[in-house]
Write a protein that binds this ligand. Sequence first.
Ligand code: SF4
Ligand code: SF4
Length: 413
Amino acid sequence: MFDFMDIDYDEAYEPVGAGPYIPDAGECMRCGVCVSSCPTFRLFQIDEETPRRRIRTIGRILVEKQPVSAEERKHLDNCLQCRACESVCPSRMAYGQLFDQAQAELKVKPGLLAKLAFKLIENKHWLRRLMPLLVVYLKSGLQKPLRFSGLLKKLRLAEAEALLAKPALRPLVVSYPARAAKRGQVALFTGCIAEHFDRETLQAAIQLLNAIGYDVLVPPQQGCCGAIHQHNGQSAAALIDNNIAVFNALNVDAVIHTATGCGAMLSEYQADDDAGQRFRQRLCDINEFLLQHWPDELQLTASGLKVAVHEPCSQRNVLKNQQAVYALLEKIPGLSIAALADNHICCGAGGSYMLTHPDNAGQLRDLKRRAIGDSEADLVVSANFGCAVYLNAGGGRVEHPLQLLARLLPVNM
Ligand code: SF4
Ligand code: SF4
């Protein structure tokens, strides 16, 4: 009966209060409060592209054990897993968890390219060996003719190729000592590809942590957080077990993550034993950690820049700690800080979504780029690597807030 309630679909609803999310698709009231928050509804303006309809499909898969049609499946797969719907749902639907369960239940069989991608992010040694070849390709001058030939499109590699950037080849070292009076020791989560493709952020994190008095350990045995696997119906159990074992073996005050996409996954590791609890207890977002431990005497250089803050979905809807970024940026004297308009709408990156649904993702990116243009900001900051890469593809200036903070450290730090 709630399907026909008089809902203003243009109105963005505020996140509802605290309390556990409910992993039961049958609890959906079909009230429609989630509809205006959904980026795919924004694009298509049809009920099939709403969280409400997807919850119904998920219920058919998980509760009724019914087959779903190709059409229903298409609309379900169009979901970006941004979890904006979860944040506003008055029934506290655990949409993210339900979506992953439905994907697992559907027993998704990946294609050849997807299989290869899963294998590569599972195996950092293979990935490392590939990097020199990538550098050769980027230097070879083959990029333009290959793009022009249409071959990349035929091989379904065009979207991934467009995101390529020069990788860092050398691994980070295992330990970085504090550069101020030592206060403790932390471990840095680097995951699968960030060491190669987001080295600037990781180096900024290390520099800042060292500057506030923390030794930083980077355990080489760590691996991918498992998000890409789990959200695409594949088992992430081996990756989860490995990370828990690697970080629990370290004598550190905290395990720090820098990308909110990975952080969201790490914070929801479903291991309820002692090891899982110990892992989650020590887990901390870099922005929150720096804010909590920032020494009064550490002064940053002033900056007259105008900065717009992009709030990644994983930060807004899962970690819910976006205010830490604003508070941290306020450590920079003179900086002008504003939220990017429409921060509740996903930028389109959505983990692997930018590769699997390039048309939808591209439309959402266009909206975000319009908001960036309208902001007239000198710089946009985003605490998630995936969003920054996607927004920067083909030109853009989005970086992790840590990079800005690290540039403004005193010269001896
Ligand atoms: S998912 Fe939540 S907000 Fe959306 S229709 Fe169901 S109960 Fe309402
Ligand atoms: S997770 Fe995002 S894209 Fe998916 S249904 Fe919810 S709001 Fe829509």
